[in-house]
Design a protein around this ligand. Structure first.
Ligand code: SF4
Length: 96
């Protein structure tokens, strides 16, 4: 199942980056839209030549723990076909 074929991503996002991206989509239209402040993810996109250690999102993640900068989270399935790579959903939170 591809990313766009899995409705869990849109209706029940788990990964903090996915949640941040979906929260940045404008939902109001018409007059109110002009005054609407969009949600943003703080920080900048990572340097792909020298990416951050551990979870690539850790410098920008409001839930980051010590382990996030030390280890890469494994992709785990949390419910039928819905997978996430994040220590918030893993029992593996101890660094090496
Ligand atoms: S692994 Fe850590 S830094 Fe990465 S998204 Fe999850 S909580 Fe945030």
């Amino acid at each position: 199942m591809g990313v766009f074929g899995n409705p869990h991503i849109f209706f029940n996002p788990k990964h903090p980056y996915t949640t941040g991206l979906l929260a940045s989509i404008p939902r109001e239209f018409g007059k109110e839209r002009r005054n609407m402040k969009l949600n943003t993810i703080p920080g900048s996109v990572p340097n792909l030549i020298t990416p951050p250690s551990g979870c690539r999102f850790h410098p920008r993640c409001k839930f980051a723990m010590e382990v996030c900068s030390e280890k890469k989270p494994k992709l785990i399935e949390i419910e039928g076909g819905h997978k996430v790579a994040c220590f918030l959903y893993s029992s593996e939170t101890e660094g090496n």
